[in-house]
Design a protein around this ligand. Structure first.
Ligand code: PYC
Length: 411
C-alpha cells in the first residue's frame, strides 16, 4: 500500500480511476435510483451477500453529490425508540468493520457523543434515552457537569450562560467518519463485484403495468427492470409519484458549516438540542457545525446569513473561546422529513417498486445497515425484522416510530 502511494507521488500521471465506466444496458434485474451511500450500499450487499450482480445504480449527478456528501459525518445509536436503537446500533457495528472490509481507511473516529441537557425536561428525556439504549445493550448514560468537564474542558459549564448545562447523555460508541470515503468504498466494491454505476443518468419516469413495475425512463434511454428501488433524498416524493405511490414526506434544507483549521482541542462530539447546535472537530482541525433544519419546506441548498448568525450566537454560549475563529464554508443538504421522524423502508403498493427514503437528518448513520437490509429484502422478498417497523403501511396502521426526541438538533 505505502509503495503504491510513493510510486504515485513520483509519477506525473493522474491516479488510476476508482472504477471503469460501464455501458448502459437496456435491462437489469435491479435498478437502484440514487447513487448516494444507501443506494451504493444496497448494490454492494446485493452482490456480496446474495450474488445478485445484474444491478444498475442510476445517479442524476455524481455519486455522493446529495446527502451522502453534505452531512456532518456523525455516527451514533443513542436513539429514543427500541426499534431505532436496535437498527442504528447494527449500523455502528458495520461502520466499525468497514476499513478492514474495504481495505481502505474510512477514518472512523469513535470519540464519544454528548447531548447536553439544559432544562429539567431535557434531563428527563436524556435519562429515558439512556435507559432505552442500555436495555438494547447500547452504551449510553447520564452524566453530570463534573464528568462533562473532564470529557470536554473547553465547554462553558459555569452558571452564567443563559441556559446552564445541567447534565448530558454520554454515548461513547458515537463518532465521526469520512463520508466521502464511505461513498467511494461502497461504489468501488460494488463495481468490482459487477454492479453498473451510471452517473449523469437522471430518471424521468417509471413504468408500471398491471400493478407491477417494469422499468424506468432515463435521459439516456429506457431500461427494463424486475425490481426498482427508490433510494433518493430530496426527490423521494417526486420519484415515488412517477410510480403512482404517495409518500408522507416534506423536504427541508439542513445547513452546516466549517471553520478554518485549528489545533486539535475537541475530541468529543457536542450536541445541544435546546440550543440547536452541534459541533465536532475534523481530522483536518476544522470545526464542523450545524443547527436545526430550516423552518420551511424548500429545495434550496444554499447557506443563509440567519443560520450563521443563530449558530454563532448559540455556539459562543457553549464555547466562548471560539469568538475569534473564522468560518470558511457553509452549505445545505435536503432532508426528507416523515411525520414520525423515522425512515420509510420496504414494499409499496406497486409490486417490485421498493423505497428506502424519508431519512430526515439521520440518513448517513444508517447507510450500512439500510443497504444490508434492503439487499436482503430484494433478494429474499422477506422483510427483515430490523426494518419491519419502518414499513410504509405504518402510517395507515397508526403504528408510528416516534424518533423526534432523538434528534441532535431541532425540527
Ligand atoms: O442526528 O446526529 C444527528 C445529526 C447531526 C446532524 C444532523 N443530524
Amino acid at each position: 500500500m505505502s509503495f503504491k502511494l510513493i510510486k504515485q507521488a513520483f509519477s506525473s500521471g493522474q491516479p488510476p480511476p476508482m472504477w471503469k465506466p460501464q455501458p448502459l444496458k437496456d435491462r437489469y434485474d435491479v435498478v437502484i435510483i440514487g447513487g448516494g451511500g444507501h443506494g451504493l450500499a444496497t448494490a454492494y450487499y446485493l452482490a456480496r451477500e446474495h450474488g445478485i450482480t445484474d444491478v444498475a445504480v442510476l445517479e442524476k449527478r455524481y455519486i455522493g453529490s446529495g446527502g451522502s456528501g453534505r452531512n456532518t459525518a456523525i455516527v451514533r445509536s443513542n436513539y429514543l425508540t427500541p426499534e431505532g436503537v436496535r437498527f442504528y446500533d447494527e449500523s455502528v457495528k458495520l461502520y466499525g468493520q468497514m476499513s478492514e472490509e474495504f481495505d481502505f481507511n474510512v477514518m472512523f473516529s469513535r470519540r464519544g457523543h454528548l447531548t447536553l441537557a439544559h432544562t429539567d425536561g431535557a434531563v428527563r428525556t436524556m435519562r429515558r434515552r439512556a435507559e432505552v439504549n442500555r436495555l438494547q445493550g447500547v452504551d449510553s448514560r447520564l452524566i453530570w457537569p463534573d464528568e462533562l468537564a473532564r470529557l470536554c474542558p473547553p465547554l462553558d459549564l459555569s452558571d452564567h450562560p443563559r441556559y446552564p448545562v445541567q447534565a448530558a447523555l454520554y454515548h461513547p460508541p458515537g463518532g465521526i467518519i469520512r463520508h466521502d470515503a464511505v461513498v467511494w468504498g461502497y461504489a468501488r466494491h460494488a463495481v468490482r463485484r459487477g454492479v453498473h454505476l451510471h452517473q449523469l443518468t437522471e430518471v424521468t419516469g417509471i413504468t408500471v403495468e398491471k400493478g407491477k413495475v417494469t422499468g424506468v425512463n432515463t435521459r439516456r434511454g429506457r431500461i427494463k427492470a424486475g425490481t426498482v428501488l427508490n433510494v433518493t433524498a430530496g426527490w423521494a416524493g417526486v420519484i415515488a409519484d412517477m410510480a403512482g405511490v404517495k409518500l408522507p414526506i416534506a423536504t427541508s434544507p439542513l445547513q452546516a458549516c466549517v471553520t478554518e483549521p485549528l489545533k486539535p482541542f475537541l475530541d468529543v462530539i457536542i450536541v445541544s438540542g435546546s440550543l440547536h447546535v452541534y459541533i465536532s472537530q475534523s481530522d483536518r482541525g476544522e470545526l464542523v457545525m450545524g443547527a436545526a433544519v430550516d423552518p420551511f419546506a424548500s429545495y434550496s441548498m444554499r447557506g443563509s446569513f440567519s443560520f450563521i448568525e443563530g449558530l454563532a450566537g448559540h455556539m459562543l454560549e457553549l464555547f466562548p473561546s471560539l469568538r475569534h475563529v473564522r468560518l470558511m464554508r457553509q452549505w445545505a443538504g435536503l432532508c426528507d422529513m416523515t411525520p414520525d421522524y423515522s425512515p420509510i423502508m420496504g414494499h409499496t403498493s406497486v409490486d417490485g417498486f421498493l423505497v428506502d427514503v424519508g431519512w430526515g437528518t439521520y440518513g448517513f448513520k444508517a447507510i450500512p445497515v439500510s443497504g444490508k437490509m434492503m439487499a436482503q429484502l430484494i433478494a429474499t422478498g422477506q422483510t427483515p425484522d430490523l426494518i419491519r417497523p419502518f414499513r410504509l403501511s405504518r402510517f395507515e396502521e397508526h403504528n408510528l416510530v416516534g424518533e423526534k426526541g432523538a434528534a441532535s438538533v431541532g425540527h
